[in-house]
Design a protein around this ligand. Structure first.
Ligand SMILES: C[S@@+](CC[C@H](N)C(=O)[O-])C[C@H]1O[C@@H](n2cnc3c(N)ncnc32)[C@H](O)[C@@H]1O
Length: 278
């Protein structure tokens, strides 16, 4: 995609709070991921490589889909977060998952995987198409590549005059993602990445959790996301900690949504999968 750029600064930081935020994010997006991975053909007995496992949520969903006869290898550059993933796998009783620390693009893991999975990870890589090309070499003939990525481009269309705080949050989030070097348009960018990587044209889907009810878990997730992004938001001069005010943010968004009767859309995710020729 862009040969001269570097990998992004991990926009969401590497704190313990970020691990919790990833788990919370999963609770909001897992239904999409599970449906998508099943549709892509992940099933019992498969050996799957999960790229950028983080706290392990996608790897654990995959472990369930492939069952005890299958196996999952989860990879992440951040060894600290893999300790959490490992502990969660153990606690849930999975014996078919292992986690390996390292850069997924360069780790030598063999080339007999039935499928690759990855969520919110290509967006942090300098050249997603080239990364996908490297990663696809881990697949056996007939193997499946299945990736889910966020896309912030349609977000500006969601501005609404009665929700100034939501509009401001969208601006701040877009600003920090763009400045950090992440591909904020990775979701729709998946199509080009697959094709430029030499994979078949992918089957794609687009969706976003949207919340209106007072009890929606998304308000707290939004606040925690801004807690994770705050160091970069301040470093880049996008907003001050006082303006963001993470401690009251969930409540402020909730109040705005309820008063304006205008639901809040979380970042849209795009899913893409393709199967190699046998
Ligand atoms: C936003 S998190 C997503 C975690 C998980 N996939 C999920 O959806 O819950 C992205 C993860 O990708 C990891 N990552 C980024 N670049 C990577 C690379 N080149 N190889 C392996 N992991 C990478 C980061 O360390 C981070 O934990």
């Amino acid at each position: 995609m862009n040969e001269s750029r570097n990998d992004a600064t991990y926009t969401m930081g590497r704190t313990e709070g970020e691990e919790e935020r990833l788990i919370q994010q999963s609770q909001l997006y897992d239904a999409v991921t599970r449906r998508f991975l099943k549709e892509a053909g992940l099933s019992s007995g498969m050996k799957v490589l999960d790229i950028g496992s983080g706290a392990g949520d996608v790897a654990l969903t995959v472990a369930e889909l492939v069952g005890p006869a299958g196996a999952v290898v989860g990879v992440d550059v951040n060894p600290a977060i893999l300790a959490t993933a490992q502990a969660r796998a153990q606690e849930a009783g999975f014996t078919n998952v292992e986690f390996i620390a390292g850069d997924a693009r360069t780790l030598d893991l063999g080339n007999d995987f039935d499928a690759l999975s990855g969520r919110l990870v290509l967006m942090y890589m300098a050249d997603p198409a080239d990364a996908l090309k490297q990663l696809a070499t881990r697949l056996r003939p007939g193997g499946i590549a299945a990736f889910q990525e966020a896309d912030f481009t349609p977000y500006r269309q969601m501005y609404h005059p009665e929700t100034p705080l939501a509009n401001k949050l969208i601006d701040w989030a877009l600003g920090v993602f763009e400045r950090s070097g992440a591909h904020s348009d990775m979701g729709f960018g998946l199509y080009r990445a697959f094709v430029e990587a030499g994979l078949p044209e992918p089957y794609m889907h687009f969706e976003s959790p949207v919340g209106g009810p007072e009890s929606w878990a998304g308000y707290q997730f939004v606040a925690n996301s801004f807690r994770s992004m705050l160091p970069l938001i301040e470093e880049y001069g996008i907003a001050t900690a006082e303006e963001v005010d993470v401690e009251t943010l969930a409540e402020r968004v909730r109040r705005e949504v309820v008063t304006a009767k205008r639901p809040f859309a979380l970042p849209p995710h795009v899913t893409a999968w393709a199967q190699l020729a046998s």
